[in-house]
Design a protein around this ligand. Structure first.
Ligand code: SF4
Ligand code: SF4
Length: 94
């Protein structure tokens, strides 16, 4: 019951259906830092990017993957599905 009440309330407050996972789940405390410093991540060669935004549209985790910075929006939420790399018309993502 706590999961559903907290999950729905947080999703409503933060307008994010993964708010429970991001802000309450205790596993996140360990996973977020590991994900932030992970060597295995999608890289973006920003000099190749033509800003078509196809990668942003296909990403189900709303990662700002067309930026190379580790501080990109939702960067630690990436699930490494690599759908974005398939969509990029100029092979800027790898
Ligand atoms: S690998 Fe998947 S989750 Fe990660 S940025 Fe690309 S599309 Fe999004
Ligand atoms: S799909 Fe490729 S070219 Fe288009 S915005 Fe993303 S990184 Fe840039």
């Amino acid at each position: 019951a706590f999961y559903y009440i907290a999950g729905i309330a947080l999703a409503y407050i933060f307008k994010d259906n993964r708010a429970f996972c991001k802000y309450l789940c205790p596993i996140t405390v360990f996973l977020k830092p590991m994900s932030y410093y992970s060597l295995l991540r999608v890289h973006c060669d920003e000099s190749k990017c033509v800003h078509c935004n196809k990668c942003l549209k296909v990403c189900q985790m709303n990662v700002e993957v067309n930026k190379e910075s580790r501080k990109r929006k939702n960067g630690t939420d990436c699930i490494l599905c690599y759908e974005c790399t398939k969509e990029c018309p100029v092979k800027a993502l790898h």
